[in-house]
Design a protein around this ligand. Structure first.
Ligand code: GLV
Ligand code: GLV
Length: 323
């Protein structure tokens, strides 16, 4: 009997080809996130599950799959949607897709950073509304980046890729995080480690690149926003719940900070209504890794993880339960 590989949402053909060499692919026909009931149904009898970041994969899903389940391959670098400990208890390997989306996500982070500091969305809305305008020296001024300080929260692979771009834009770089980066990495990026409070106080742009964990949920809350400069911007391309979105809307409405650019949302796909009317906010629908090349590489890496485990080989990119 060929092992069943449950795929919760459409993936690129290149990934399906890899999966078909490893087992019988059962692809969800619904072109939307599955409900918890549907997810358990899709998982029933599966040896492998290929999951998306909107799928909550917990012990109940593993139990619905049954004792055949050996691997859950999340097509994302973040895996806050997976109860890794519950799966480890059941002997199930969990994998993610680090590395392949680093540059695409850093590019999108910079696109948002530039869009919010140079008011690109606001300007485009003005033109599309066919409102009158003319060039003048005080028109739609934003903030320049040269010599300004970028505060990177979480200097992992993506944080470092953002730092490389920021360096090319002439920015000073500080970072905070659980651990200090290598001296070599700090020297190459010209990045200095700071405490989180210092980072908030001195940064002109704060960009979030930490994973979502119990410790980072609502890391950016009303207090953190008050600690930022009134001229500062917040960029979030990691996970929505790292920011208390209602507190952010309040802070922006009261001009406590200058602006925010968000690719992810606390209650995705919903957006805090208070954000939608503010011209100081740039919004994107979770596009960090959304290039043709990157999305294909992510799906193929997930498929290769499944194929490796089903062959009895070590997974290529397993995740460890968080300490
Ligand atoms: C996307 O958000 C990812 O974690 O890959
Ligand atoms: C992503 O790969 C990260 O570690 O930030």
């Amino acid at each position: 009997d060929s092992p069943i590989i449950a795929v919760t949402r459409r993936v690129p053909e290149a990934a399906l080809e890899v999966l078909r060499t490893a087992g019988a692919v059962s692809l969800s026909e619904a072109d939307r996130p599955l409900t918890p009931d549907e997810l358990r149904e899709q998982a029933a009898g599966a040896t492998a599950i290929v999951s998306m970041l909107h799928d909550r994969i917990d012990g109940a899903v593993a139990d619905a799959a049954g004792p055949s389940l050996r691997v859950v391959a999340n097509v994302a670098v973040g895996y806050d949607n997976i109860d890794v400990a519950a799966l480890a208890e059941r002997g199930v390997t969990v994998t993610n897709t680090p590395g392949v989306l680093t540059e695409a996500t850093a590019d999108l982070t910079f696109a948002l950073l530039l869009a919010v500091t140079r008011r690109i969305g606001e300007g485009e809305r003005l033109l599309r509304a066919k409102r009158p305008w003319s060039f003048h020296l005080g028109f739609m001024l934003g903030a320049g980046l040269q010599g300004r300080t970028l505060g990177i929260v979480g200097l992992g692979q993506i944080g470092q890729a953002v730092a490389r771009r920021a360096k090319a834009f002439g920015m000073e770089i500080v970072y905070s995080g659980r651990s200090k980066a290598d001296d070599r990495v700090e020297a190459e990026l010209g990045a200095r480690r700071a405490g989180f409070d210092e980072l908030l106080a001195i940064s002109d742009v704060v960009s979030l690149h930490c994973p979502l964990t119990p410790e980072t949920r609502h890391l950016i809350d009303a207090d953190a926003l008050r600690a930022m400069k009134p001229s500062a911007y917040l960029v979030n391309t990691t996970r929505g719940p790292v920011v208390h979105e209602a507190a952010l809307a309040e802070a922006l409405a009261h001009k406590q900070i200058a602006g925010a650019a968000l690719d992810v949302f606390e209650h995705e796909p919903e957006v805090e209504p208070g954000l939608l009317d503010l011209d100081t906010v740039v919004l994107a629908p979770h596009l960090g890794s959304a290039t043709v090349e990157t999305r294909t590489e992510m799906a193929v890496l997930a498929a290769e993880n499944v194929a490796a485990v089903l062959r009895g080989d070590p997974a290529r990119t397993p995740v460890a339960p968080r300490s």
